[in-house]
Design a protein around this ligand. Structure first.
Ligand code: GLU
Length: 322
């Protein structure tokens, strides 16, 4: 089955077909302090965009309100500013864009690519996870009809029906596979929820809509989100048939090989400052882990930008150990 383009009202069509010069974005969730790994991703996203002469947007992914932490947004803005990573235009908050997401969802629903799902958390908890830790939803509700209303006092979640077969996207760092990466979204990810049963707009929908509406050409993020790319592409393809290119970066791991979490104290900027590091030392440390500068270097993010070419950055990132 081929993705069917949604018939969008003209204003939505216009909004989602924003002109695409070079535009990058950094999109943290305000769930805690940024740690070194988050800051490195932000730095690389900023460099990739600025080296192409593009605009860099800052978007706060704050839709999952129970996970938001008081003060986290302010600390993110402070930390990026301290590191010299300035963004263009106003700060964007997903929580202020719910109307757009709801309109897009209604249009998508009319294409027949969404279906209501009433599988309970408990049923889903029993699905084994054949690939890593993310369970693949087996499509139990796919043929269950289109009853979108209340049943036993509960509304259904809305799932996107993904096609089988590979979905591919441009990924400049995937040099071994010719600069593209592919996933079979249906087999490896499973039909994702775009609107939760409690009415929350899901991450995949909001993110896909925003990449389009904000005219993002380059998404730079951690490679824990590779799996998320396939459903997000599926949404974009169903809406306007275009998408950005992606740069998935290796996650920062601690000495034991564990990925950092926002709960790890000491590896945020307060911890580093307490150990006497200033912004030039932190930028140097982040850049040295990517072999962009020698260990112990001290430089501002603007100096790093001036020293680099996009080709050098790509070569270093492509060779960077995972
Ligand atoms: N908000 C997500 C996070 O902080 C990242 C979203 C993205 O870059 O697509 O993990």
């Amino acid at each position: 089955m081929h993705a069917q383009l949604a018939v969008l009202p003209e204003h939505l069509q216009r909004q989602l077909s924003a002109p695409r010069g070079c535009r990058g974005r950094y999109a943290p969730s305000p769930t805690g302090r940024l740690h070194l790994g988050n800051l490195r991703t932000a730095l690389v996203s900023w460099l990739i965009t600025r080296l192409q002469g593009g605009e860099w947007l800052l978007r706060i992914d704050d839709l999952d309100t129970p996970r938001n932490r008081p003060g986290a947004e302010a600390s993110i803005l402070r930390d990026l500013t301290w590191l010299g990573l300035g963004w263009d235009g106003p700060l964007i908050r997903q929580s202020e864009r719910r109307g757009l997401y709801a309109s897009v969802l209604s249009s998508l629903r009319r294409t027949g690519q969404l279906y209501p799902c009433r599988c309970s958390r408990r049923m889903l908890a029993d699905i084994s996870a054949p690939h890593g830790t993310t369970p693949v939803y087996p499509g139990w509700c796919r043929d269950g009809g289109v009853d979108w209303g209340l049943r036993d006092g509960r509304l259904p979640s809305w799932r996107l029906q993904l096609n089988s077969g590979p979905l591919c996207w441009p990924e400049p760092l995937a040099t071994a596979t010719g600069g593209q990466r592919c996933l079979d979204a249906q087999a490896q990810v499973g039909d994702v929820v775009l609107r939760r049963a409690d009415g929350f707009i899901a991450y995949h929908l909001a993110t896909a809509v925003d990449e389009l509406a904000l005219g993002i050409s380059d998404v730079v993020r951690g490679d824990d989100l590779v799996q998320a790319t396939a459903p997000q592409l599926a949404v974009m393809q169903a809406l306007v048939g275009q998408s950005p290119r992606y740069w998935h970066l290796p996650l920062w791991r601690d000495g034991d090989g564990q990925r950092l979490s926002k709960r790890d104290g000491g590896l945020d900027l307060d911890g580093l400052r307490a150990r006497g590091l200033d912004a030039a030392a932190v930028v140097g440390r982040l850049a040295a882990t990517l072999t962009l500068v020698n260990p112990g270097s001290r430089l501002s993010s603007t100096e790093l930008l001036q020293e680099l070419s996009l080709d050098q950055l790509v070569a270093a990132l492509a060779g960077c150990p995972a």
